[in-house]
Design a protein. Sequence first.
Length: 117
Amino acid sequence: MFNRIERINFKEFLNDEYKLKKKIPVKLIALGGSLYGIAIPKYAMAAGTTANVFGDIFPVVMDIVDWIVVGVFIFSGLTWMQGNRSRALELLIGGCIGYLIARHAIDLREFLKGLGK
């Protein structure tokens, strides 16, 4: 795939001309397969449109929120073990409240729509 061996003309090597050749920089971005499957849903790559975009994207966003909340809980536990219990409790309470709001976003949207009528 990629050759690490480059053949250089001996005269170019002695004159330092090989360094003057422009090399195209290659930037590789790696994204794990499981994260790629969570972050980009299959229907987003398909041709055409869907009528209920929020209803299609919401489960994918909730999968990402679930992993973020797990990370917050783990970080809160580590903070608790370090002896900073007040900060750990703030993280736990904030994570729980944020998770509940995120999980009930559709219910809150419907409730607020009902207030407007």
